[in-house]
Design a protein around this ligand. Structure first.
Ligand SMILES: [Zn+2]
Ligand SMILES: [Zn+2]
Length: 332
């Protein structure tokens, strides 16, 4: 089968490899239908930051059709379309037992901890698939994972209905946060340096684009930060209204940059937001039939597997229009 594997930092190859092993008792094998390229895939390729085994089939955002199930699997069966949960969790630490696998003691992600979805087929732990809703195209099923990340951030922020939410960064997560925020009746303001991306998200969601410098005059109380950029985080901590809250989703430099005195004196709440919970992904599966009509504006391109290495380079060079690149895999 065809697969895209990361061999080392900046060494991504399209290859012909053996199909995945048949499923063990608690595993399933999928024919992958569609997959999405994520900013974290590009980050890992550029920096090697999360490489623990090589080569590894990349890809953690994907959907597929079950082709085989292990003896112990009862919740899905062969022929069924499924959504994939990207979190590779231990399943028995206290966080996992509470349904908070996003903070599992031994958390990894599919595509890195085990082979992922940039391939024609993959074998996964059965707990990593949930049945897909009817009538949703594969390219949108493959967006369930980033949608769950966006939903989780909004739930952590817990802005009351009707309040305005500022979203910094119009990558896929920022764009999908804006979409879900509008759907739950919050007006959205956007900050994004790239005018084309800002316009794409504004048009798809009805949000308004503003300049970060104008923040202090607007008295906004709620923000979702998806850039991980030091200067943006600093501007938010100082520019959001006193008693405000910021959901941090973007990952940037791991250096202390927030002055705790500012947080105390301005009563700012920071929420760290990592991936999603079991419930978030189930809820996105339920919402997808409604969301499907709104997702195509977020898809910039649909490409075959053998174009993935070149697509990474286009993304890194900033030559990609649109927010999300979808890969059409062999199971489609
Ligand atoms: Zn992702
Ligand atoms: Zn765990």
């Amino acid at each position: 089968m065809q697969a895209v594997r990361l061999h080392a930092k900046q060494d991504l190859r399209i290859e012909s490899i053996a199909p995945p092993m048949p499923p063990k008792a608690d595993e399933v094998t999928l024919a992958v239908t569609a997959a999405g390229i994520c900013g974290s895939d590009l980050h890992n390729y550029r920096t090697g930051a999360w490489i623990t085994r090589t080569p590894s089939v990349a890809g953690h955002e994907f959907s597929g059709i079950v082709t085989a199930t292990g003896k112990g699997v009862t919740h899905v069966s062969a022929g069924q379309r499924v959504i994939v949960d990207s979190r590779y969790i231990c399943g028995d630490c206290p966080a996992c037992r509470e349904g908070h696998g996003q903070v599992c003691d031994r958390l990894g992600f599919i595509g890195e901890a085990i082979d992922g979805g940039f391939a024609d087929a993959v074998t996964l732990p059965a707990r990593n698939v949930i049945s897909a809703p009817e009538g949703v195209p594969d390219r949108h099923l493959a967006m369930a994972e980033p949608l769950a990340v966006a939903l989780h951030a909004l739930r952590r922020l817990a802005a009351p209905e009707g309040t305005e939410i500022l979203v910094t960064g119009c990558g896929p997560i920022g764009g999908l946060v804006a979409l879900l925020a509008r759907r739950q009746c919050n007006a959205v303001k956007l900050v994004e340096r790239n005018a084309a991306r800002a316009a794409c998200v504004a048009e798809a969601t009805g949000a308004e684009v503003i300049e970060l410098e104008d923040l202090a005059d607007l008295r906004l109380f709620y923000a979702v930060e998806t850039t991980g950029n030091d200067a943006v985080i600093d501007a938010l901590v100082h520019g959001i209204a006193g008693c405000g809250a910021i959901a941090l989703v973007g990952i940037g430099r791991a250096v202390p940059l927030i002055d705790p005195v500012t947080l105390v004196e301005r009563e700012i709440t920071l929420h760290g937001c990592h991936a999603f919970t079991d419930q978030d992904l189930r809820d996105i599966a339920d919402m997808l039939p409604d969301l499907t009509a709104m997702l195509d504006p977020f898809i910039g391109a649909q490409i075959p597997l053998d174009d993935v290495p070149a697509a990474y380079e286009r993304h890194i060079a900033g030559e990609v229009a649109g927010l999300k690149t979808i890969i059409c895999c062999g199971g489609a």
